[in-house]
Design a protein. Structure first.
Length: 289
């Protein structure tokens, strides 16, 4: 299907460049952590099968899930499981594309009035921007519009924080459950004190549960909570960008002024130089040399 030529160029670019992609940092971090731990084990003369104990995994992960269910509402746990995809996959949140999209709407509104954006608003893919622009087109009071959108931002951010805390709680439970697994293993070892070789082997197996508990907390659960919080914070900033942009459109500000205001939301290093500045830099470079 051909794209609607009436759509601003920035919107078409945002659609082409947007989407979800694997988070290289997450997968690379897991690979580095597991490679370092297992590599160190092998260098010390151990074997990978020394730390592959189904019983220990069952105790640690089963106990951790049970503790989570006791301490957290099930609905929050289910939302947290869905939110886990934000750890593995990264959604494109390009501030520059968002600014260009809003500037496109601001330019149209300045020429033809904000009512001319009614048809555009219905085709917007981002539900938050669509809602804000529809409220603006409907003539919602400026202060009421800001209050409604900021309330939605606050609620969404609090939900994300609650979902991150599920993984933080799990990261606190798993090392303790690992110790419980180790103690249970030692209890079984005590039954065979007459055979010293079996005792040594049993103690080694018993401590695998501790490795699982501490490893799960520090390699997966606590880092997952941190990444979810970071994603939520960035999403909050993008929502605030949208609110400020739509407010600027309603106020009838000059698109250049709106751009100057919204560029503050771009992360350091992501702010793109205007084409004229880039060209000047290329021209000046040989002279400096």
């Amino acid at each position: 299907m051909a794209e609607d030529p009436r759509k601003p160029e920035a919107i078409r670019k945002a659609k082409k460049g947007g989407g979800i992609r694997p988070d290289i940092a997450t997968f690379g971090g897991i690979a580095a952590a597991m490679g370092g731990i297992l590599g160190g084990l092998i260098l010390e003369g151990g074997r990978i099968r020394d730390v592959t104990q189904i019983t220990a995994a069952f105790i640690v992960f089963g106990g951790t899930v049970g503790a989570m269910m006791i301490g957290t509402p099930l609905s929050t746990i289910m939302r947290a499981m869905k939110r886990f995809k934000d750890v593995l996959f990264e959604r494109s949140m390009d501030a520059d594309s968002a600014v260009e999209e809003i500037i496109g709407y601001a330019t149209k509104a300045r020429k033809g009035g904000i009512v001319c954006l009614e048809a555009e608003a219905e085709r917007i893919q981002d539900p938050f921007l669509r809602k804000a622009l529809n409220l603006a087109v409907d003539g919602t009071d400026l202060q009421e519009l800001r209050k409604m959108m900021e309330l939605q931002i606050s609620i969404e951010h609090e939900r994300a924080e609650a979902e991150a805390k599920v993984f933080e709680a799990a990261g606190g439970y798993s090392p303790t459950i690992g110790i419980i697994g180790a103690v249970l293993g030692l209890i079984q070892v005590m039954k065979h004190l007459s055979n010293i070789e079996e005792v040594g082997h049993g103690i080694a197996i018993a401590f695998v549960a501790t490795v699982y508990g501490v490893g799960a907390a520090n390699i997966l659960l606590l880092p997952a909570a941190s990444k979810i919080k970071a994603r939520a914070k960035r999403e909050l900033e993008m929502r605030e960008l949208v609110v400020e942009g739509v407010i600027g459109i309603v106020e009838g500000l000059n698109p250049k002024l709106i751009r100057s205001k919204l560029e503050a939301f771009a992360p350091p290093g992501d702010k793109k130089k205007p084409k004229k500045e880039k060209a000047a830099a290329r021209v000046a470079a040989p002279k400096a040399a």
